[in-house]
Design a protein around this ligand. Structure first.
Ligand code: PHE
Length: 345
């Protein structure tokens, strides 16, 4: 085997052993670089005769071409290998099933609150929001429930340091809203002129130490208040009956105003409803507390109880949601289980 054949064979073997493009380019320099074997051989031709130059030059050239071919083949092989590694790393499995676009929805209790607001809104009621951490004054005392009042024990709640409680009902909003109304119309009141009636609902979260299938330590209430110069219990009956017809989308139900007691209303009544048909028919179900606003409460609002009179009610939107959708465990509303919640979309 000629020296040239050996050279070509060595080059091929060296190129083949290279693992990276950088290694390969170093190996190339040994043969084709400025001081490489082929270059040196080419330079050596100068010393030969014309005939020998031709013959020897052609042989060297053939070897050079062979080495270059081997080099290019290995360059390509290394580039291919690199591309394959990259393709593997960035592979996208197009056979995986696509993730479905999930659409959200309102919580069932939110749906109820929206309904309540829309229905009372259509009857001319404003919607008000108030704090969930309430002062003792607004939650109890202003509502004719002084510190030693036994009714407080039914409202066992979470006390916050200082004079604060997590509100046990939305009734404090009666006082807050009315006081603001009175402040707004102070000039007219001082001048003994008529002022607009107070007509408001106040939905929101409330708290009591209570927990079972139909009670949760956090629950919702919606307060209603209508005060004017001639608002009577009859108006309460009309408004609440209309509300129930609209809310349950049926007139197939009866209402009962069952005498009861609240410190802030006199007389007071629990409002029960009974459906005449459907799965809940035949049973009286309590949906709200209500009554004519107590004169002491009217007075705490900053209004003259001799002149202003009205009614208030407090209903349970959680309860209403259970009745509307036939849910029998209140806790389902607050567990956050999508299998339950997604049924209301
Ligand atoms: N606040 C009362 C309760 O939580 C309900 C109520 C509201 C009663 C307004 C009368 C008037 O039980």
């Amino acid at each position: 085997m000629s020296d040239l054949d050996t050279l070509v064979r060595d080059a091929k073997a060296l190129f083949e052993s290279c693992q990276t493009p950088a290694e390969l380019e170093n190996a190339k320099a040994q043969f084709l670089g400025k001081a490489g074997h082929i270059t040196v051989l080419m330079k050596g031709l100068g010393a030969l005769s014309i005939e020998e130059k031709k013959a020897q030059g052609a042989l060297i050239n053939k070897s050079k071409v062979a080495i270059e071919e081997a080099l290019n083949a290995k360059r390509q092989a290394l580039a291919d290998a690199e591309l394959n590694v990259q393709l593997k790393a960035e592979a996208i499995d197009v056979s995986l099933p696509a993730r479905a676009q999930a659409s959200g929805g309102l919580h069932p209790v939110s749906l109820t609150l929206e309904r309540i607001e829309a229905i009372f809104g259509s009857m001319g009621f404003d919607v008000a929001q108030g704090p969930e951490i309430e002062t003792d004054w607004f939650n109890f005392t202003a509502l004719n429930t002084p510190p030693d009042h036994p009714a407080r024990s039914m409202h066992d709640t979470f006390y916050v340091e200082g004079d604060y409680v997590l509100r046990t009902h939305t009734s404090p909003m009666q006082i807050r809203y009315a006081v603001e109304h009175v402040r707004k119309h102070k000039a007219a009141l001082d001048a003994n002129e008529a002022i607009p009636e107070i007509r408001v609902i106040a939905p929101g979260r409330t708290y009591r130490v209570d927990s079972d299938a139909t009670h949760s330590p956090m629950f919702h209430q919606c307060e209603g208040l209508w005060i004017g110069e001639a608002v009577s219990f009859k108006d309460l009956k009309v408004v609440f009956t209309d509300f129930c017809y609209s809310f349950f989308e049926t007139r197939d139900l009866e209402l009962r105003f069952r005498p009861s007691f609240f410190p802030f209303t006199e007389p007071s009544a629990e409002i029960d409803i009974k459906f005449s048909s459907g799965p809940l028919s035949g049973r009286w179900l309590e949906v709200a507390g209500s009554g004519q606003v107590h004169p002491k409460v009217v007075s705490n609002m900053g209004l003259d109880p001799e002149k202003y009179i009205g009614f208030a009610f407090g209903m349970g939107p959680d309860r209403l949601t259970m009745l509307r959708y036939g849910v029998n465990d209140l806790r389902l509303f607050f567990d956050g289980d999508l299998r339950f919640l997604s049924q209301f979309k």
